[in-house]
Design a binder for this molecule. Structure first.
Ligand code: FNR
Length: 364
């Protein structure tokens, strides 16, 4: 049976993944209110299609940091992808490259920076950085990313510690013993160790990540690298303005797939205030809850230059490795092209804020 939407990939993945992995991938923090909101908030936005506008040719190509993309959707960093399928990050990145998209590699990957670069040489790759208490270790990650031809650093700023994901605690989540955090093979930061009554990943993060992190550390990062710096996890105009002040090149409006703190706004709800604050100066992107072409369109109409998907790529990987991700991206791209045509847009520049309205507009 062919899979025709991202939910189909998710349903299929649920039949394939073991509980430890499935719960880890799907969970949000706390009561998972924001996890649901990431979807619901898209539904509260209505599309306002324009008609009779010649949509015989649709062109959704774009450019981010000087890189030409076939369309404005990339793969967000998600940790430990080999738990989903042996193809892991390499398969995911190759699929992204074939689709003309960006792939962001997590620091907590089960494929090293170097192996990923070798597995997907033609894909535009960004490296998601967590800052470790051990700054020399952090600096070595940056050097390795530069050397392996990654084109930007995505500094995740919403994770000084990890959020409380109840299922992971209940499961005593741990990385299966045949896998490891591949960027740290020879380092003391290696491994995810299960603690009694706790989530192994949270224990790892508390012991390794630097919770003292502040905006001044961006200065440090800028001193040690020339790569563009994108901060990921911005949900307010205030932090977006600081990102500009501290010389970042872009922001990803994100609530980390609702995995950090519950009852934060959906990313799509936070997007307009960030665009208003810094949209003329920084490349504003977003992730969280994107499952359909309509969602991509709404984010772009509200001012995002590109969007990313996290879980959808994991589900597709679990379904059928690299081929699964290729299929999922194809489904999503076709869906976006249908949205573009039916709203009356030939190219991304035709997308107007007025093509999206909040549901409250219609209930007055
Ligand atoms: C994540 N996310 C994430 N973010 C990050 O900066 N570094 C990481 O290692 C991870 N790991 C991770 C694992 C899993 C299983 C998930 C679901 C998410 C957050 C991710 O980059 C992104 O913000 C969200 O996944 C986007 O939401 P959707 O597309 O999953 O709804």
């Amino acid at each position: 049976m062919s899979l025709v939407c991202v939910e189909d990939f998710e349903q299929n993945a649920k039949t394939k993944l073991e509980k430890n992995a499935l719960d880890y991938y799907k969970s949000g923090a706390g009561e998972q209110y924001s996890l649901k909101l990431n979807r619901d908030a898209f539904k509260r936005l209505r599309l306002r299609p324009r008609c009779l506008r010649d949509v015989s040719q649709i062109n959704i190509s774009c450019e981010i940091f000087g890189h030409k993309l076939q369309w404005p959707l990339g793969i967000a960093p998600t940790a430990m992808q080999k738990m989903a399928h042996p193809d892991g990050e390499g398969g995911n990145a190759r699929a992204a490259g074939k689709a003309g998209s960006i792939f962001i590699l997590s620091t907590l990957s089960t494929t090293s920076l170097e192996d990923l670069a070798a597995a997907a040489p033609d894909t535009i790759k960004w490296f998601q950085l967590y800052i470790y208490k051990d700054r020399s270790l952090t600096e070595s990650l940056v050097r390795r990313a530069e050397k392996a031809n990654f084109k930007a650093l995505v500094l995740t700023i919403d994770a000084p510690i990890f959020g409380h994901r109840r299922a992971d605690v209940r499961n005593n989540f741990s990385l299966p013993s045949h896998l490891s955090l591949a960027n740290f093979q020879d380092e003391k930061a290696n491994g995810v160790i299960t603690m009694k009554g706790a989530s192994g990943i949270n224990e790892y993060v508390s012991s390794q990540f630097d919770p003292t992190l502040s905006w001044k550390d961006i200065k440090w990062l800028k001193e040690i690298t020339k790569l563009p710096i994108v901060v990921k996890g911005v949900l307010t105009a205030e932090d977006a303005i600081l990102a500009r002040e501290f010389g970042c090149h872009g922001v990803i409006v994100s609530n980390h797939g609702a995995r950090q703190i519950d009852t934060v706004p959906a990313s799509i709800e936070a997007l307009p205030e960030v665009v208003k604050a810094v949209g003329n100066d920084l490349v504003v992107m977003m992730d969280g809850g994107i499952l359909e072409g309509n969602d991509i369109f709404k984010a772009l109409a509200l001012g995002a230059k590109a969007v990313f998907v996290g879980r959808p790529a994991v589900w597709a990987l679990a379904y059928n490795g690299q081929r699964g991700v290729e299929e999922m991206l194809h489904v999503l791209r076709k869906d976006f092209e249908i949205t573009m045509a039916l709203i009356g847009c030939q190219a991304l520049k035709d997308i107007q804020p007025s093509m999206v309205a909040h549901e409250s507009t219609y209930s007055k």
